[in-house]
Write a protein that binds this ligand. Structure first.
Ligand SMILES: Cc1ncc(COP(=O)(O)O)c(C=O)c1O
Length: 475
């Protein structure tokens, strides 16, 4: 490829490394670069374009980690030969066809159109991250190289406690914070510490499918509790299983429908938990992203009786490959959890934890969140506008104040699971609301991520492809 194609604009709002990354992606999808083609070395491209080597490195790292490039050491860097199946000009190559919802798929492929649960990978501040990661490795104290604290790296736990106090209204000390390997690591720790295998818990219907599968596998019993415009229907929970010993809720943005749990319902739920001595597992997975009104304080901030186990994750605010989440336990339970964590594998290596701690302490985290809120509001607009402009006869977009996905009801009686299977086969990673439901519903719906739609055009093209699938599917 002629280096002219990489022409970079110093006045363009996007950082140079991002422009470079995008140019390469475009060149690959337009067929200007073919699978197996060798790209210039970092050193020669940096000197050719008169930019710092770190800038080219950052772009190359993104392209390698998303599967566009393969680094072959001394043999140089080439366009991945696995992109051989590239459908043709103008199409971004999906790394793998989508199928049923699976975090494994998310982990190994670049973002597919509509992919759920994935933050904007192109907007992650890789340069700052790489700098902090390098520095934390270089300055790692000897004491930090020994067996780590199984509750998590202390500076990170302190940074999380400070952040939660300011942003989520949660008063806690770092002693109450346990770093875990993803949200399921937090669920596992709760189950092993406080629950018995045959315990019954309330689970939102529809609700987060991966948590449901995990809890079922652990062996607890789940009672589906419907959600309505005010979130979890506590009265229905009381009617169905007032004896339950725990409830799993997403009070800030119900997952997947997006409404907030109303204040009267919050108080009812806390009241039930206090009386019944039940546990509330609060999953606050993407509360940082709200586009209308002020973010609601966490349910945990109202927990006067020490019944709420609060969980948050870095998957949406940083990136899911980190596999880092956290759990805040009531003060009275700290001893039990401290004992429990000594038995379990813990959150893994301290290096990424140290990088996240520096990222938070040095203000990058707050800055990144601010930028992402603006970016997601814009990208959400791309998708909602495209759906309303082209798909209004087929899909009804549900109003949602926050999050990083949109849910839309199907206007017809089409089977949402069959429809998403057809869409997935075409590389569109929409998910069926039906898979997130425990009890069947007559009306289907689609869940669509938008965080990785980098332009209006991207969203329009994806929506048109999706509409073709919907029109071709049996009514
Ligand atoms: C409802 C909900 N809770 C929690 C999580 C976070 O899970 P993890 O920390 O395992 O990435 C997600 C991620 O998609 C989610 O959708």
């Amino acid at each position: 490829m002629d280096l002219q194609h990489l022409a970079l604009h110093r006045t363009d709002g996007a950082p140079i490394y991002l422009q470079l990354y995008r140019r390469y992606r475009e060149a690959i999808s337009e067929g200007k670069l073919r699978p197996g083609d060798r790209v210039p070395s970092v050193r020669s491209l940096a000197s050719e374009l008169n930019v710092a080597r770190g800038t080219v490195e950052a772009a190359y790292q993104m392209l390698v980690s998303e599967g566009y490039f393969v680094a072959r050491g001394a043999a140089g860097t080439v366009v991945s030969p696995r992109l051989e199946h590239l459908a043709g000009p103008g199409q971004t190559p999906p790394a793998r066809a989508a199928s049923a919802p699976s975090n494994a798929r998310m982990a190994s492929s670049a973002a597919l159109p509509f992919q759920l649960g994935l933050p904007a990978l192109d907007a992650f501040p890789r340069k700052a991250w790489a700098r902090l990661a390098g520095r934390s490795l270089r300055t790692l104290e000897t004491v930090a190289m020994a067996y780590p604290d199984p509750a998590g790296y202390e500076p990170l736990r302190r940074a999380i406690a400070t952040y939660l106090g300011i942003s989520r209204g949660i008063t806690c000390t770092h002693d109450q914070v346990f770093v875990t390997s993803g949200y399921r690591g937090a669920l596992d720790l709760i189950c092993q510490t406080l629950l018995k295998p045959a315990d019954t818990g309330w689970f939102e219907d529809p609700g987060y499918v991966h948590a449901r599968q995990f809890l079922e596998r652990i062996g607890v019993r789940l009672t589906p509790v419907p959600v309505d415009a005010e979130g979890l229907n506590v009265t229905a929970g009381l009617q169905r299983a007032s004896h339950a010993s725990f409830a799993v809720v997403t009070p800030t943005h119900q997952s997947p429908l997006g409404m907030a749990l109303s204040l009267p319902r919050r108080l009812e739920l806390l009241d039930w938990a206090a009386q019944r001595r039940a546990w509330i597992i609060e999953d606050d997975y993407d509360s940082e992203f709200r586009y209308q009104g002020r973010p609601l304080p966490a349910l945990k901030s109202l927990d006067g009786h020490g019944r709420v186990l609060y969980t948050g994750t870095f998957s949406k605010v940083l990136f899911p490959g980190l596999r880092l989440a956290y759990l805040v336990v009531p003060q009275a339970q700290v001893g039990r959890f401290k004992d429990a964590v000594t038995i379990f594998p813990g959150p893994g290596s301290i290096s990424p934890q140290a990088t996240v701690a520096s990222f938070m302490e040095e203000g990058h985290f707050a800055r990144h969140l601010r930028k992402m809120r603006t970016l997601y509001a814009e990208r959400r607009g791309y998708l909602v506008d495209a759906l309303e402009r082209y798909g209004a006869d087929w899909l009804r977009v549900q109003p949602q104040a926050g999050g990083i996905h949109v849910s839309a009801g199907l206007a017809s009686r089409q089977d949402d699971i069959a429809l998403t299977t057809a869409a997935n086969a075409k590389g569109l990673a929409v998910e069926a609301l039906g898979r997130w439901r425990i009890r069947k519903a007559s009306q289907g719906g689609l869940l669509m991520g938008y965080a990785n739609f980098a332009s209006e055009d991207d969203a329009v093209k994806a929506v048109k492809r999706l509409l073709r699938v919907i029109k071709d599917s049996p009514a």
